[in-house]
Design a protein around this ligand. Structure first.
Ligand SMILES: Nc1nc2c(ncn2[C@@H]2O[C@H](COP(=O)(O)OP(=O)(O)OP(=O)(O)O)[C@@H](O)[C@H]2O)c(=O)[nH]1
Ligand SMILES: C[C@H](OP(=O)(O)O)C(=O)O
Length: 215
């Protein structure tokens, strides 16, 4: 299955600016991207990075500096050219965000399988975002930001597409804010978790909820 992985090279992860410098945010975002690309490939997916600027990775890269929604919809449009006219069935395509540092092959495999059984299968993020989906309905298009999971469910309903939610803690954890770093230290098994440890982060349970801290 083709798996589009959107990746912003331009000031990535700005919501982590209280705890990481600009260079660190770029390095950490890249470590998460590499983890996601590995997990996608191990789940049998065929990843393609959709980046705002050139990025040196093994899978193919499409550079599109337009906003996220526009770029993803252009990638979904391009698929129609290959597979037929609007209205015909198309091969399922997945869109998996590059900041899912806890994604495992098993979690992605479950999403891909769900996507084979329905028109749109979607893993919501905490807070109502859209962390990953598979769509085989030719008219499904995205509208990211805000509670995009609800918007996407509505879009699917409007075009008459069958919709399934994929309930996954691993796919539901996008790493956006300082609190999310603790999740990566607790559950992460890849480069992003190693990067945090090497940068000096560790778990601190001294004040209520466990947090990722460094001196
Ligand atoms: N191609 C592309 N990918 C994007 C764009 N904006 C965000 N992304 C990617 O989409 C996913 C979700 O991004 P967000 O968490 O909304 O934004 P972010 O830039 O990573 O982080 P913030 O600056 O904290 O909002 C990540 O994989 C980003 O790399 C964009 O404009 N174009
Ligand atoms: C792209 C956006 O991500 P968030 O801002 O929720 O991390 C969304 O999922 O709609």
């Amino acid at each position: 299955m083709e798996v589009i992985v959107p990746f912003s090279t331009d000031r990535p992860k700005s919501r982590l600016s209280d705890v990481l410098s600009p260079d660190e945010r770029s390095e950490f975002a890249r470590a998460m991207l590499d983890d996601v690309l590995d997990a996608v490939a191990a789940a049998g997916g065929d990843p393609r990075v959709l980046a705002t600027d050139a990025v040196d990775v093994e899978p193919p890269v499409t550079v599109d500096d337009r906003p996220l929604t526009t770029a993803v919809n252009a990638a979904l449009d391009a698929r129609l050219g290959a597979d037929g006219e609007r209205g015909e069935a198309v091969e399922p395509v997945a869109v998996v965000m590059a900041d899912l540092a806890l994604a495992t092959p098993a979690a992605l495999d479950r999403l891909f399988e769900a996507g084979r059984d329905t028109d749109v299968a979607m893993a919501p993020g905490r807070g109502g975002g859209t962390n990953a989906f598979v769509a085989s309905h030719p008219e499904f298009r995205v509208d990211y930001h805000g509670a995009s999971y609800l918007d996407h469910r509505e879009i699917a309903s409007e075009i008459g597409a069958a919709f399934a939610a994929v309930d996954s803690r691993r796919l539901g954890t996008d790493v956006d804010e300082p609190d999310d770093l603790a999740e990566v230290l607790i559950h992460g098994e890849g480069r992003a978790a190693s990067w945090l440890r090497e940068a000096g982060f560790e778990l601190d349970a001294s004040e209520g909820r466990v947090a990722a801290v460094r001196d």
